[in-house]
Design a protein around this ligand. Structure first.
Ligand SMILES: Nc1ncnc2c1ncn2[C@@H]1O[C@H](COP(=O)(O)OP(=O)(O)OP(=O)(O)O)[C@@H](O)[C@H]1O
Length: 302
């Protein structure tokens, strides 16, 4: 019989307070080899604090944080991870190739420089000074630095902020290639389409607690919403008050509706507006599920 492998990262009942503020209130999460976990949640939910505990940058007030079954501050654990945080302080006066060689030298079994450059799409930037690159180019270099030690676990904290669409797509491809090699990834993002495109499992945090955990499909199913789009003269605010409508808003000249009862709402829309055009009914995406989940968790008084 196979013995289950120890998780590559684990928080168990993790509590973290900043003075009187409880940033994490008993969070459990686990990550296995080759798994991509998206950590989602509104601002202040506790995502960065969770990552800081797993990186050993902060210590939990109660509970445990482990990397590969070890204390995250142990060098044996740290050598096996790669990190791309939201802010990076790197020497501006070094060329990209120099930065990559320097960072790779800290690891016992680094990935060859050309391979890192190809994965991160920075082959043409190696002789440029880091400080003179654009924000999006700097993010790509930071990604190359995160993967150059051949990590078994990669932390990507909002990795594609500031990237154009092409750079984002290339980064997604590189992340998929790393996961296919067996690398585990913890990804935080506010772009829900990013989580949808990459994640096998999603953990939604809110106010320091795990609100939901499961596959992207399971999360969608839990919320069981559909999306309706159409061109209509109907007022979005009035439609939002219909009993079966979870939310309604106007964008790109169209009315966008989220509902658990699409058939009822479509019938009512067609009755209310004989000139209604371009009607579409789609399965809800992660964005609707996420909005619905975090809305449900608001206190009654709100
Ligand atoms: N150094 C600190 N001192 C005091 N409070 C803090 C500190 N860092 C975070 N907090 C608080 O802890 C809570 C969790 O913050 P955290 O940065 O983990 O959230 P987040 O989910 O990463 O948010 P964002 O999406 O905005 O990055 C918030 O209420 C935040 O205000």
């Amino acid at each position: 019989m196979n013995t289950p492998l120890a998780p590559v990262a684990r928080l168990a009942g993790a509590v973290k307070r900043y003075g009187a503020r409880v940033a994490l209130d008993g969070v459990d999460l686990q990550l296995q080899r080759g798994e991509l976990l998206a950590l989602l949640g509104p601002n202040g939910a506790g995502k960065s604090t969770s990552i800081a505990l797993l990186l050993g940058l902060l210590r939990p007030d109660a509970g445990r944080a482990e990397l590969f079954g070890l204390d995250p501050q142990r060098i044996e654990a740290r050598r096996r991870i790669g990190v791309m945080l939201q802010t990076a302080t790197l020497p501006w006066t070094l060329r990209v190739g120099e930065l990559l060689r320097l960072t790779a030298s800290y690891y016992p079994r680094p990935r060859p420089l050309n391979e890192c450059a190809a994965l991160a799409g920075i082959g043409d930037l190696l002789s440029r000074y880091y400080g003179k690159l654009s924000g999006g180019q700097q993010r790509r270099v930071q990604f190359a630095l995160a993967l150059c030690g051949r990590p078994e676990l990669l932390f990507l904290d909002e990795p594609t902020v500031g990237m154009d669409i092409d750079a984002r797509q290339k980064l997604w491809m590189a992340i998929r290639a790393l996961v296919a090699e067996g690398c585990a990834v913890v990804l935080t993002t506010h772009y829900l389409e990013e989580a949808e495109a990459l994640a096998q499992r999603v953990v939604v945090l809110d106010q320091g607690r795990v609100l939901s955990e499961g596959s992207v499909d399971a999360l969608r199913a839990r919320v069981a919403l559909a999306r309706i789009r159409c061109r209509t003269g109907l007022d979005a605010a009035a439609v939002a008050r219909w009993p079966q409508v979870a939310s309604a808003s106007c964008a790109d000249g169209r009315l966008h509706i989220a509902t658990a009862s699409p058939e009822v709402v479509v019938r009512r829309l067609l009755d209310a507006d004989a000139d209604l055009r371009e009607l579409e009914v789609l399965r809800a995406g992660l964005a609707e599920a996420f909005t619905e989940l975090t809305r449900e968790s608001l206190p009654e008084a709100a």
